[in-house]
Ligand binder design. Structure first.
Ligand code: TRP
Length: 334
């Protein structure tokens, strides 16, 4: 039986890359009958500058996006990381098994710490250990992540095996990465070689799940392209990052292969392709945006869903934490 766990940080609004690259796959896994846990990792979000006054709503907004994107909260557990105490507790236990040298090689830490590593917080450094705790706490078998998180997942596998070896047990499961595939890598609309990201400064580079139809159309219209018409084969497309990106997005939104999209548009100019892409994007995203807005206007409903999700998450997490502490030899009340 597959047990899936994946999470997103409530750091800012979600965009098309999060939807096509992650959420859509989460929904597919749920529909294939896997047992799914989808977390909003607020403890990770506080490793960088954040506004405490906005954290709650940012957390609710991510949950709303999961639901609007198709995660069924009666089927998958949607939970907030800080509401399940086991994450922080297990993290400390695992921290004793995570090697500094390995943590120092984490590229995300290097990127986020920037030039002034001395001033970076311990939380930012230990971020991958918390992520390992997120995963191992549920004995997840498969973890859908993007390319950029592979290194963190490798560390989680490493910590699991260090634990099992040190305590001579077969306790933690080695989580398998579930890489979403290059086909769903959504790149910036301004630079086809950069990932679409929530932190890129130009808002024109991404389509947010909260954008309305006009904003979506405007961003697609202004998306960078080259001056050639669309080719009739994938090889010719591969050397043209911006063209490849737009075709990839079209294909993912239409649930078709990029080849199929090329069959349809070979020889056509972007002036013809872009309006079709806008139309498709708006038709797919508008219902998601509408549902998100509806949910965000009923915070009590989101809170009820999150409270239920936390209960289900705790039901799995607490016994695993208990067993971990037993194995490690901690005292417990008789
Ligand atoms: N680090 C992940 C990201 O930034 C988020 C994350 C935290 C996560 N814990 C996780 C993803 C556990 C998968 C599983 O995208």
């Amino acid at each position: 039986m597959k047990r899936i766990l994946s999470c997103m940080q409530p750091t800012s609004h979600l965009h098309l890359g999060n939807y096509l690259g992650a959420l859509k796959n989460w929904v597919r896994l749920q529909e294939e009958g896997a047992e799914c846990f989808y977390g909003v990792v607020d403890l990770h979000a506080i490793t960088v500058d954040y506004d405490p006054a906005q954290l709650k709503d940012a957390t609710r907004e991510i949950a709303a996006a999961y639901i609007a994107g198709g995660v069924n909260p009666y089927n998958s557990a949607i939970f907030v990381q800080s509401a399940v105490a086991g994450h922080s507790q297990l993290m400390w236990l695992l921290a004793t098994m995570a090697q500094m040298g390995k943590l120092e090689r984490m590229t995300q830490f290097k990127d986020k710490a920037g030039k002034d590593k001395e001033r970076a917080g311990l939380g930012l450094f230990a971020y991958p250990v918390l992520m390992a705790a997120d995963i191992l706490l549920y004995r997840a078998t498969h973890v859908p992540v993007g390319e950029d998180q592979k290194q963190h997942l490798e560390l989680a596998r490493d910590i699991a095996s260090t634990f099992n070896t040190r305590y001579k047990v077969d306790h933690f499961i080695q989580p398998e990465p579930y890489i979403m595939g290059a086909a769903t890598r959504v790149m910036s609309l301004r630079d086809g070689t950069q990932k679409m990201s929530k932190s890129a400064e130009s808002d024109l580079s991404r389509i947010n799940l909260t954008d309305d139809a006009d904003a979506i159309a405007n961003k697609i219209k202004r998306a960078k392209t080259d001056s050639e018409p669309l080719p009739d084969n994938m090889n010719a497309l591969k050397t043209r990052p911006e063209a490849l990106n737009l075709v990839t997005i079209y294909a993912a939104l239409a649930d078709k292969s990029p080849e199929k999209i090329l069959n349809q548009f070979a020889g056509k100019q972007f002036s013809e392709f872009k309006p079709k892409l806008s139309e498709l994007a708006v038709s797919k995203l508008a219902p998601i945006t509408a549902r998100m807005n509806e949910l965000m206007s009923d915070k009590e409903e989101i809170d009820r869903i999150l409270a239920k999700g936390a209960q289900r998450a705790r039901a799995v997490a607490e016994p695993v934490l208990k067993e971990t502490m037993d194995i490690m030899g901690f005292w417990k009340a008789p």
